[in-house]
Structure formats: C-alpha cells, structure tokens
Design a protein around this ligand. Structure first.
Ligand SMILES: Nc1ncnc2c1ncn2[C@@H]1O[C@H](COP(=O)(O)OP(=O)(O)O)[C@@H](O)[C@H]1O
Ligand SMILES: [Mg+2]
Length: 256
C-alpha cells in the first residue's frame, strides 16, 4: 500500500553528459520525517542526483518512485507539483528585492492587477514566525542580510510551498557557527512536520546533529548506507573514505 512505500525511492539512476558519466547507478530511499545525509567527495554526483529528483535534469535510465508511484519529471515545475522542493547551493535569491518579495517570487498575492503588498508582508511575517526564522524586517533587502539569514529565507521559501520532500544542497557550507545552528534547527523542525529532508553536507557535525541516516556516494554510485545512531565519528569517516581507499588500492594493485 502507498503508506508502506518509502516517500522517495531512486533505483539505478544513470546520467551522462556527453563522455562524462556523472551518475553510474544510484540507489536511494527516503522516508517521511526522515533527514537523510547525502555525502561523498566533490564530483561524486550528489548535486546532479538531486537535480534529477527535482526535475532540473533528466536522467538517462533508472526509476524514480514517489509514494510508490513511478514518475519522470520533465521540469522543476512538474517535480514541485509532486511535492519535491529544492534549495540550490547558490540559493537563487534576488538581492535587490526585500525578504517578502523573495519569499513570494512569482506567486505574489494580488488584489486585482496589483501585488497586494500589505497581504504579502503579513503572510511573509507569519511564515517566518511559524518557522522561527528571525530577520530584522520582511521589508529588508535580501542583499543586506547575513549568509545565515539568506539561507534560512531560501529554505523558508521552499518550505512555504509545503513540499513533501525538501532537498538542501550544502546549506551550511558558508555559514558562521550561530547561523549553522539556526539552519540545523530549521531542518529538524521541518522533518518533525513529516517532511523528508535530503541534506548534502561535508560537515560531520551536521550529520550527527540532524540526520537519521546517511547515504555515501563515490564516483557516481551509491556505495554505502547506514543509520547515524549506529555510527561514531571514526566509523563515519571510515565509511566516507573507504570507497576512495578501496579504489586507490585497486589502482595500486593494477600498477604491478
Ligand atoms: N552539466 C554538466 N555537464 C557536464 N558535466 C557535468 C555537468 N554537471 C555535472 N557534471 C559532472 O558530473 C560530476 C558530478 O558532479 P556533481 O553532481 O556536481 O558532484 P557533487 O555535487 O557530488 O560535487 C562531475 O564530474 C561534474 O563535473
Ligand atoms: Mg555539489
């Protein structure tokens, strides 16, 4: 039954760009209310995989199941309609617009032909309060906010579309310590509401703070998967580096 299916299941996802194989067969599952850490070296294929799930890139082969139903997204809008939300690493915020305008970009509340600014700011305030996101004012230009505030506004924008799945690509990579805390709290809060979150990160502290499970990628493949509760720092580092070491060993062996 649909309730017993994972929220998301990726089976054997492959994608090449010309001669470059970015994804060489990836398996991944995500449950409701679960925070899945997606880890692996630069170039492992994490961002490409998430763009496939979010409809920004079309895969060559393999299957995407959402709620047990096989889907293929022709566009980001099609993925959004199926409840997939994503925050890209570059955030895609508009620096010269204020907080409320960024939250509602392209779907501003209207009164006749005009944007209803009063309603937009009131609703923006409500969304941010609900998510415990603190900014000086919804009328503040985004370009004047700190990195952490910009990141939380970008996440709030994705969350306000009420996705079932929220993908975050390295949301804490460029943040100061206090800002990281705000983003991690927001992630935990969103998951508590039943949203499945996929968190791409290089920060081991973040994995231990908010993730229930991690999937490790290496050179376009998913190579390992484990519950965070069964890992400590050493075993996690081992897991992430094992794939690389195994590969290096193979190369060393074949040199002889
Ligand atoms: N549009 C593209 N065209 C060609 N190669 C790409 C494209 N997007 C990603 N790649 C390649 O795919 C591989 C995986 O990249 P990426 O998914 O960004 O890895 P990660 O996010 O794990 O660092 C890299 O070798 C990258 O250069
Ligand atoms: Mg990436």
């Amino acid at each position: 039954m649909a309730d017993e299916s994972p929220l998301v299941e990726l089976r054997g996802i492959r994608k090449s760009f010309g001669a470059v194989t970015s994804l060489a067969g990836v398996e991944l599952t995500l449950g409701r209310g679960e925070v899945l850490g997606l880890v692996g070296d630069n170039g492992a294929g994490k961002s490409t995989l998430m763009k496939v799930l979010a409809g920004a890139i079309q895969h060559d082969s393999g299957e995407i199941l959402v709620d047990g139903e096989s889907v293929r997204f022709a566009s980001p809008a099609a993925a959004r309609r199926k409840g997939i939300g994503i925050v890209y690493q570059d955030l895609a915020l508009c620096d010269t617009l204020d907080v409320a305008s960024n939250l509602f970009l392209g779907r501003e509340p209207r009164r006749g032909p005009f944007i209803d600014r009063a309603a937009m700011h009131a609703e923006a305030g409500r969304i941010l309060r609900d998510l415990h996101v603190r900014v000086p004012s919804t009328r503040q230009e985004i370009g004047r906010l700190s990195g952490g505030q910009r990141q939380t506004v970008a996440i709030a924008r994705a969350v306000s579309t009420q996705p079932d799945v929220l993908i975050l690509d390295e949301p804490t990579a460029a943040l100061a310590v206090a800002e990281v805390e705000q983003v991690l709290r927001l992630i935990a809060d969103v998951a508590t509401r039943g949203v499945g979150v996929i968190l791409i990160t290089h920060r081991l502290q973040d994995l231990f703070r908010v993730c229930h499970r991690i999937t490790v990628m290496y050179e376009g493949r998913s190579v390992d998967n484990a519950l965070v509760s069964q890992l400590d720092t050493n075993s996690l580092v081992d897991m992430i580096t094992r794939a690389n070491a195994t590969d290096a060993d193979k190369e060393a062996a074949s040199d002889h």
